[in-house]
Design a protein around this ligand. Sequence first.
Ligand SMILES: [Zn+2]
Ligand SMILES: [Zn+2]
Ligand SMILES: [Zn+2]
Length: 411
Amino acid sequence: MDGYEFQKFVANLFKKLGFVNVEVGPPTADGGIDISMEQRTDISTVRFIVECKHHPEGTIGRPVVQKLHSAVVHTPVLDKGIIVTSGHFSSKAIQYAEEVGIELIDIEKLTELARKAEMLIQTKPSLSIENCFPTSKKTELVEKLFSFLQVDLNGFNKDYAKVEEIGLKLLSSYMVDYSIEATFSTSVGVIHSIHEKSSLFLTGDGGEPINPIITNPLLPMRYNISELNEDNLKEVKLLERGRFVKSYKEIKESAIETLRQIYTKTVGYYGANNVHYTKTCVPKKKHIALMDVKQVYIPVWNIIVSILKSKYLIVGTENPQKLNVFPSKLIVVKETSGIQPYPDNCMVCFKPMEDKKYLCNECGMIVCSNDIFTCKKCGKLICEKHVISKRKFLIFSDKYCPPCAKSEGII
Ligand SMILES: [Zn+2]
Ligand SMILES: [Zn+2]
Ligand SMILES: [Zn+2]
């Protein structure tokens, strides 16, 4: 983080803490105003100027306080001055600031405020605030949903489906860009090597690794993240907005530990004596370089869709082309809600539907190939539970959907 980035970070922090009209001065203006802002209540407006000093290892002395104090007293519209530093203040500066009423914020206080505002403070890699993977507009999303269902479900027809609710959860994550370079050798030479550059995602509140099922489809878009567009959120029901509570140090430690585990591999090799050995190759801390840590929201869509007489919750992330639907084991619904997770297992026999999924055109249940039949008359797909059989000979029977069975006089 350079001095100007620090200035922007501080401005963002004050915004989050409720200050208004927060304005950041130009990067070059030394001697100019770093940040101006206001604090409003029902009865008053207090105007502040903020001086930012990015000196992580440094101590700010009395002259800086004096300079700001004289700026405040000589500017009629200004009420208060604040100095923020990523380092510390000298005792003379603290004493003088108390006398003249300038507020001082050192790195400890800044960290505390940043925690309160749920922002990450770090002085080494770049700091980005409130980034988010791209989200599409409601209409585009519904299109992606229907094309998913079209491909995933035999017998699906757009007319059978109605989108009941579109909810969005913003999963908070720390996106850690890393590279790992490691070579493992024994007396017979190199037995394993790792050369990899990618991103790891840790949860915003616990710093734990996020299931790769969720994050892997997002990896190709990791350079397309941008500032969170609050306008897009107005269109949908915001169900949850995750928090960022970990410090850079905690994230760094968790990332390195996670990466060491991910890249640990046991390899087999033959020694010079032709005996087979195995060795567990564990990357060391020095093999891993963390390039950047960003706070990123992962938008997770929670779409409730009615298909005929059934209601499903479809949960997933999106990329520019499609919806990446999560497996049902990751989907939780209230049992009493009458809504089911979009299934991976047949709803009649409960076996995994590895080959194809079929939609009962009568009830909207999703079943496997063994539990689906075609109505002899209208050609619609009907599940085991709703199919009506007309026995022919001893074992062969014709299958009908309930309306056709009725019109044929079978029932
Ligand atoms: Zn089945
Ligand atoms: Zn059915
Ligand atoms: Zn029919």
